[in-house]
Design a protein around this ligand. Structure first.
Ligand SMILES: NC(=O)c1ccc[n+]([C@@H]2O[C@H](COP(=O)([O-])OP(=O)(O)OC[C@H]3O[C@@H](n4cnc5c(N)ncnc54)[C@H](O)[C@@H]3O)[C@@H](O)[C@H]2O)c1
Ligand SMILES: [Zn+2]
Ligand SMILES: [Zn+2]
Length: 361
């Protein structure tokens, strides 16, 4: 029996979000219905609302979520009703050329639930990143559910489902930060601060946080930044070089998604160093760099989707480290809000005074 629950809908481009009754079908083969306990408000939800991702309105927003599996469809063996799970937006296929070569973190054919959730009049909804978790319940592919230690707070766990994993993974997976490395992070919102946490976990000797907002730099310090640079008043490339003996950082992580900050990252890295782009650019952005500099400076220029994470490997590990006090993810939850608070949370995101507002249910 399909169920009717509450969900937060983006009805059309730049229109305010609305709380609506949505219809969640019973899980079909390979699917699961998850009762949502917490879902963070990510910048990408705002991009959806603004029409910046695509035009498949109405969207069912929300994708940084944790909850309890309520029911599963035929053939589902990896999770069972009652399991505490974090939802992921890259359920790997096991069959594509990346998966077959033993690199499922790059899976080129990730999947979501096949059935559609709808409004009560039958209008089909597009769930954000194939999740749609600003809702009491949502329908996903079972591979989107990753079991973790149920003693963790759902508000903290959910954040690993997107921004926090993207940032930590940009440092530990894509950037391959190692003991003694110098690291700079440009843009210290939720994603950049998570990169700071990742760099610290990996043993970076120096972690330089760069932002245009002093409040963000203060928070970055509490996350593990050893130095901060306000690039509104100081040239960040010069400052990073000065802090690294005149050379630049071994790994520079760009967590804004703009050509000018990418350029800063490029020139603030040491010879043979690594630049990691985790910020998401918009379609009209372009970048011009002297090809001789790309060649002459050596090293690698990488981009990082979802922190190159493998949810089944990385989510349980990071939750364990958090539970043991070896990383602290609680600081990412600035506030918990009700399901009717999403529009206001977007405003606060814009005002720059939250890392994450988290809807709890
Ligand atoms: N690659 C992925 O898988 C992935 C996943 C989630 C989010 N993201 C992207 O990561 C980026 C950051 O996300 P977020 O949630 O942290 O956003 P956010 O808005 O919370 O943080 C952005 C930060 O950048 C700072 N900033 C803005 N302009 C700057 C500049 N010129 N120089 C230095 N700092 C500047 C802001 O003050 C803010 O602190 C976004 O582009 C988001 O879409 C990527
Ligand atoms: Zn695959
Ligand atoms: Zn997100």
């Amino acid at each position: 029996m399909a169920q009717e629950v509450r969900g937060v809908i983006a009805p059309g481009k730049n229109e305010p979000v609305r709380l609506e009754t949505i219809v969640v079908p019973d899980p079909g083969p390979g699917e699961a219905v998850v009762q949502i306990q917490a879902c963070g408000v990510c910048h990408t939800d705002l991009h959806y609302k603004q029409g910046g991702i695509n035009d498949d309105f109405p969207f069912l927003l929300g994708h940084e979520a944790a909850g309890i599996v309520e029911s599963v469809g035929d053939g589902v063996t990896d999770v069972a009703p009652g399991d505490f799970v974090i939802l992921n937006w890259r359920a790997v296929c096991g069959q594509c050329r990346a998966c077959l070569r033993g690199r499922p973190q790059y899976c080129f054919d990730t999947h979501n639930a096949k059935q559609k959730m709808t409004l009560t009049d039958g209008t089909e909804l597009t769930p954000a990143l194939g999740i749609g978790a600003f809702a009491d319940k949502t329908l996903v592919a079972s591979g989107q559910c990753t079991k973790v230690d149920p003693s963790v707070s759902p508000a903290v766990a959910g954040l690993l489902g997107c921004g926090v994993m993207a940032g930590i993974g940009a440092a530990i997976n894509t950037g391959n930060v190692g003991r003694g490395d110098t690291v700079a992070v440009i843009g210290c919102g939720g994603v950049g601060d998570a990169a700071v946490v990742g760099a610290r976990l990996a043993g970076a000797a120096k972690i330089i946080a760069v932002d245009v907002d002093d409040r963000k730099l203060e928070t970055a310090r509490t996350m593990g930044a050893t130095h901060t640079v306000n690039s509104r008043t100081i040239d960040p490339v010069e400052a990073i070089r000065e802090l690294t003996g005149g050379f630049g950082a071994d790994v520079v992580i760009e967590a804004v998604g703009r050509p000018e900050t990418y350029q800063q990252a490029f020139y603030a890295r040491d010879l043979a160093g690594t630049v990691v782009l985790v910020g998401v650019p918009t379609p009209e952005m372009t970048l011009e760099l002297p090809l001789l500099d790309v060649f002459g400076r050596g090293g690698s220029l990488k981009s990082s989707w979802y922190g190159d994470c493998l949810p089944s490997r990385d989510f349980p590990m990071l939750i364990d480290l958090h539970q043991q006090g070896r990383i602290d993810l609680s600081g990412f939850v600035t506030e918990t809000i009700g399901i009717d608070g999403v529009e206001r949370a977007f405003e606060r995101m814009h005002e720059g005074d939250v890392l994450r507002s988290v809807v709890t249910l």
